[in-house]
Structures are given as structure tokens and as C-alpha cells.
Design a protein around this ligand. Structure first.
Ligand code: SF4
Ligand code: SF4
Length: 139
């Protein structure tokens, strides 16, 4: 793999490892961009992406095969935890939750990516970008 290719394009593990929860108003019925039909209530004030609060979590918006080729079907409208989640090594910062999600799916940690920043974005390759996210660990 070229060192310029964003590893998230062939990963997607974090979209199938954690509960992705956020303030309810991020959903479309509260004025936000996340399609409410892809969410489910989580208490009084929160929602989570459907599929991510399951025993074997996998976000309903994740397309493709984990570890092969993936994309987020609502990338432009993904919730805040997805936007805030970074791949391990991005800008030299290790994200243990990225490594743990990958391990859960039998993928190695991103050692080779640490301390370097990919210069090709997830989006530019036609796949939906880095699944940022995650609030509640399902590991
Ligand atoms: S952030 Fe990490 S776990 Fe998530 S898709 Fe990218 S490499 Fe995979
Ligand atoms: S980035 Fe997209 S597919 Fe991944 S958890 Fe967030 S909404 Fe779901």
C-alpha cells in the first residue's frame, strides 16, 4: 500500500466497534444533519447511530467490507463523534481506540502511519472519509 493512501478507506473498524452516540439535536428531527431514521433514542437527550448499540456493533451507515473497502453513506452529515475521531498516528497523535477497533477486527495497529499525515483524503478517493466518532467503548 502506498504511504499516501488513507488506511481508513480499507478499514472501517471503528464504525463497527463502538456505540456512536450524540446529542439528539444533531439528528434531522432536531435541526441537525444526521438522518433521524438512521438513529435510535438513547435516553432522554441522546441518540446513537442504529446498529452501534448492538452486541456486535456495526453502524447502519457503513457500506462495504471491513478491512477491505468501506465508506460512510452519510459522510457529509455524520454526527460529531465521527468527526472528532482520528486515525491513530494522524498528526503524530496515537489514538488507542483506533488501534483497539482494528484489533477487534483482526487488523494490525497503524504503526507505519504514526508521525506522518496521509496526503490523500478518504473523500478524494471516492470513499467516505475517516469515520471519526465514538463515545462509548464496546470493547
Ligand atoms: S480511524 Fe482507525 S479504526 Fe477507524 S477507519 Fe480509520 S484506521 Fe480504521
Ligand atoms: S463515520 Fe459514518 S459509518 Fe462510521 S459510525 Fe459514523 S455515521 Fe456510521
Amino acid at each position: 500500500m502506498s504511504n499516501n493512501v488513507n488506511p481508513c478507506v480499507s478499514c472501517g473498524a471503528c464504525c463497527a466497534a463502538y456505540r456512536v452516540s450524540f446529542y439528539w439535536a444533531e439528528a434531522s428531527d432536531g435541526g441537525g444533519g444526521v438522518p433521524v431514521t438512521l438513529t435510535e433514542p438513547l435516553g432522554l437527550m441522546m441518540r446513537n447511530m442504529r446498529g452501534t448499540n448492538d452486541r456486535a456493533p456495526r453502524c447502519v451507515a457503513l457500506a462495504g467490507e471491513i478491512g477491505q473497502c468501506v465508506s460512510c453513506k452519510i459522510y457529509a452529515d455524520r454526527p460529531s463523534p465521527c468527526r472528532e475521531f482520528s486515525l491513530s498516528g494522524d498528526n503524530g497523535v496515537v489514538n488507542d481506540r483506533c488501534d483497539r477497533a482494528r484489533a477487534r477486527h483482526g487488523l494490525p495497529p497503524l504503526d507505519a502511519w504514526r508521525f506522518s499525515t496521509p496526503d490523500e483524503s478518504y473523500v478524494s478517493q471516492g470513499a467516505s472519509p475517516v469515520p471519526d466518532h465514538v463515545q462509548s467503548a464496546g470493547l
